[in-house]
Ligand binder design. Sequence first.
Ligand code: ATP
Ligand code: MG
Length: 157
Amino acid sequence: MLFKNVLVPYDESEHAISALHVALGMVGDDPDAEVHVVTVVSIGAVPGPSIDSDTFGDPLASTTPLEYDSVMGAILHRVRADMQGVINDAKDGATCTVTPTAIIAGSPVEGIAEYVTSHDIDLVVMGRRGLGALRGMLGSVSYGVLRSVDVPVLTVK
Ligand code: ATP
Ligand code: MG
């Protein structure tokens, strides 16, 4: 099989689930292949630790570094657990390895691009659109990934 390390960026949308099915259709019966299902949690998703004296003491305005770590840890844990359920439903006897991963990055595009290079990804299969409400051909994450990675990108509806 041509592709051994396939990345499916996953944002909980139906499009991303379709992408997972397409990826499994391509490499699912290759025990040497791995499908990496990756959700990127943006750093901005949780207010960061603040040392600003104006906000110090206001629990809604900021988190302490310790709280930040545990909130982020809980988010990543929850995201990974949800992904495992989706993978179990989609796997359907596939013999390739399928791994759920949740990572933190400045933006989904940055996280995906970094993951592609750090994990030797040779194909990205992703949704054309995601959870965003806007109508159109291509979402901003798909567009950004197409622009920033050097491996083939397959977008699916
Ligand atoms: P926009 O976000 O620009 O409003 P959208 O949500 O419709 O538009 P995208 O966000 O580009 O479209 O989603 C396209 C695909 O990108 C998704 O199907 C999924 O494969 C991937 N994706 C989007 N967000 C993430 C994320 N946070 N982590 C991992 N993959 C993502
Ligand atoms: Mg989106």
